[in-house]
Design a protein around this ligand. Sequence first.
Ligand code: SF4
Ligand code: SF4
Ligand code: SF4
Length: 340
Amino acid sequence: MEFSRRSFLGGLGAASAATLLAKSPAQAAPQGIDPDSYASLIDLTKCDGCPGQEMPECVSACRQANAHKFPEPDPDMLKPYWPQPFYEDWSNQRDVQSRLTPYNWIFVQRIKVEHEGETVEVSVPRRCMHCDNPPCAKLCPFGIKHKHPEGMVTIDPFLCFGGAKCRTVCPWDIPQRQAGVGIYTYLDPLPAGGGVMFKCDLCKDRLDRGEQPACIPACPRDAMTLGTRTEIDRMADELAQKYQGYIYGKKENGGTPTLYVSKVPFEKLQQGLMAQPQEKGGLVQLHNPQNMLERNEGWARLAMTAPVLGAITAFATSLAKGKSKGAATKANEDSKQGGQ
Ligand code: SF4
Ligand code: SF4
Ligand code: SF4
């Protein structure tokens, strides 16, 4: 099937699509960004958090669509590995939906704020923003995170060591670690991370097949829209103007293709969020972070080392493959002996 990113305009609704097409191509994407790359809009005036549901529809759809990518750890490897003083295991808490985990790549924040004289609750679906200049990808010491020209940022689960540098440098603490899986399990006693990092990959496999990311069509309120960067930027501007509202994501962390539109200012939502009890390690802020690659030369210099360390990854991979092959050969020999 021939696939065009513009085909997603069909999901915008006839009136919106007609408006957008009539104006195309008046507004350009940010400099250096492919205007036809993927972007998404999350309309907080429409999202109601799926009240009464055991699990929001977007969360449920993400879990179903991506279940085959979720980690299945080796129980024998669930232990601290030097120099890590602890390990992170979510495999027995797969039902957690109140925060991001290796088994929950999108969750819905509920934030109560005073706005225009009344108390309102705003539901905010949170997942990876797929930043334009992602520090998580550029500062990964092993160079195994990728910003694709189509717009999404992905992690290679077969090469990730789980050192969690990507989470340290992500202003929203998006990637989450699962121990007992990945290349480090082949490398003991080398100091090697401690698992694999997991996060939303914008359903790259579905997009490659010409299907929308699972969470988007699953929303009963049409709160989420996928389109080209040019279309989504323009749609966000138009909605913000219509609601006399606000946009989050255009400038944060240097710019992202994930845009939120809200009637309530995001500063107020951030204050409301910070005033609520927080789950340890589960906070995904709504602040206004600068991109650390742009504000700190030291980080930028460190980014230069990523390709060098990538060579270490290649070496480690060959070691792992050798060990894996050796283990398979031994298993074959054992089974042959057992069968004699
Ligand atoms: S985005 Fe849609 S599916 Fe997700 S919580 Fe909001 S209303 Fe529900
Ligand atoms: S939100 Fe965080 S994990 Fe996602 S691309 Fe940006 S820096 Fe990376
Ligand atoms: S885009 Fe795909 S991976 Fe990301 S939150 Fe939505 S369903 Fe999950």
